[in-house]
Design a protein around this ligand. Structure first.
Ligand SMILES: [Zn+2]
Length: 84
């Protein structure tokens, strides 16, 4: 179990990229946030899917060009693509 990973730490977060299909995580269809729970931690949606790929971690959405490009406004872990 990796319960400690749930916490959002500002340091120690790396852009992963190669951990597609991590079985515990589902992506929100609304905002692409990844969660291992039943509710999206970002937007509160329950519309989650296991069909996603790629991970991007946004630490500072204000200054991140990646966040801007993806339209992400809040720090967190997101799927690069939601497939279905
Ligand atoms: Zn969401």
């Amino acid at each position: 179990m990796r319960e400690k990973r749930k916490r959002r730490r500002r340091r120690r977060i790396r852009a992963a990229g190669r951990v597609d299909g991590m079985p515990k995580f589902r992506a929100c269809r609304q905002c692409k946030a990844l969660t291992d729970g039943d509710i999206c931690p970002i937007c509160g949606s329950k519309d989650l899917t296991v069909h996603w790929e790629g991970i991007v971690v946004i630490i500072d959405p204000i200054r991140s060009q990646v966040a801007e490009y993806l339209g992400i406004k809040r720090a967190g872990m997101y799927a690069l693509r939601v497939l279905g």
